[in-house]
Design a protein around this ligand. Sequence first.
Ligand code: NAD
Length: 485
Amino acid sequence: MSNPTPITVAYGDGIGPEIMEATLAILDAAGASLEKEVIRIGKEVYMAGHTSGIEESSWDSLRRTKVFLKAPITTPQGGGYKSLNVTIRKTLGLYANVRTCQSYHPFVQTKHPKMDLAIIRENEEDTYAGIEHRQTNDVYQCLKLITRPGSEKICRYAFEYARTHGRRKVSVMVKDNIMKMTDGIFHQVFKEIGEEYADIEKESWIIDIGTARLADTPEIFDVIVLPNLYGDILSDVAAQISGSVGLGGSANIGEHIAMFEAIHGSAPDIAGKGIANPSGLLLSAILMLNHIGQQDVATLVHNAWLKTIEEGIHTGDIFREATSRKRVGTAEFSEALISRLGQRPEILHPVDYKPERPQVEHDERPRTSPPRSKKDLVGVDVFVEWTGNADDLAARVQKATGGILKLILITNRGVKVWPAGNPETFTVDHWRLRFRTGDKDKPLVSHRTIIDLLTSFERAGIDFIKTEHLCNFDGKPGYSLGQGE
Ligand code: NAD
């Protein structure tokens, strides 16, 4: 056998140590060639004063091994602790979250016996960039950032995944009928990249109806690619309807490093009782074996797992009188599985990981980016905190700014309130004022003009809270038009 592959292992909190021990016992018995480096993460590290839940020295291990098998951890409530998962994903650039959801009917109860899909979720961008501000007394903002290179990476990953895993279709889910720019670029990039994959069927869904269809008829989906927030929600819906959240494994893939973990948490309610289902972590470990090129061991373990499940040897979370034969604890389940290494399922579909299968490409260089666009500054939106009405605000601002730029529109939560607003419109203390030159023949605005405009706000005591520049890119507006503009 070749040299053992170094991996970093964390036992985590709650049921973490129990399911990790069971998982590693199975991998060892199956002959996985691994050199394990154990790091500490989670509660005890948080409590020792590391608000990120991981010690500095652990990053060295992760950078060295580039493969992380992680048990769930308990995130302490409140107290400024940061989510370790988000920290790891962002620090290591794990841009793709891959979660497979399939039903194991009739052995695990589900209303969807034919379900078998993979969800590829963008993992770094969207509202999860974590850029939030309280802007006024009453208004809070979270920035949704979707980038062209980020969308390219994840869409390409999804198509490559489909191709290398013998899947026939990739569906994208977005809400670009409303978010025409952010979700719009994700959708646009999906179509551009999709053109390179003539062998794969493509389809697009609006996220709301797409989620409804997934909950109702998941068997019509194959691979689904989505931005971060939608993917977070959809992947839990998919795991739940497949029969058990406890059976879900996931991979977080980056250019250099990959992390494998179960989708469930540390289950403090059953910790230490020896009854937790190790399958989520084990299925994640199988994804890891495949990733590091030990497909023969992955096949051996996965088929023995399927055989154990179809023989009705079940932990309590999936035990049902009708379909189960024996209720077992964590260690007993792993022993039952080990004794079936070498066997294949008879009713469930056996798996066969192919050694020659190419790894999904991790070439991160965007390949479809058009040349940089010509950018022209043609106006500015100034946001102010104001507790009066729109007409008074307009009069005050026009007086203060004189002829520096022309006020053309005021909106409140995106609804036009000046000129000619509706008295019925509900307003809050957060107003957007749109300025342009007012001269069609001379539309360009300079940064200096915007500074002069803000200086006039300051002199008049108007509380401006932020600006957004209105730019045209190659002559096309790079901003949404105000309603009625
Ligand atoms: P949970 O997933 O830990 O538990 C939800 C329910 O599912 C519980 O009733 C639990 O007993 C059951 N369950 C979960 N995994 C199981 C398994 N393998 N076998 C049998 N039953 C299982 O979710 P929670 O209770 O919301 O969160 C508990 C803690 O886990 C929190 O501190 C949370 O922050 C953390 N968490 C960590 C991760 C992670 O590390 N990746 C993910 C989610 C939650």
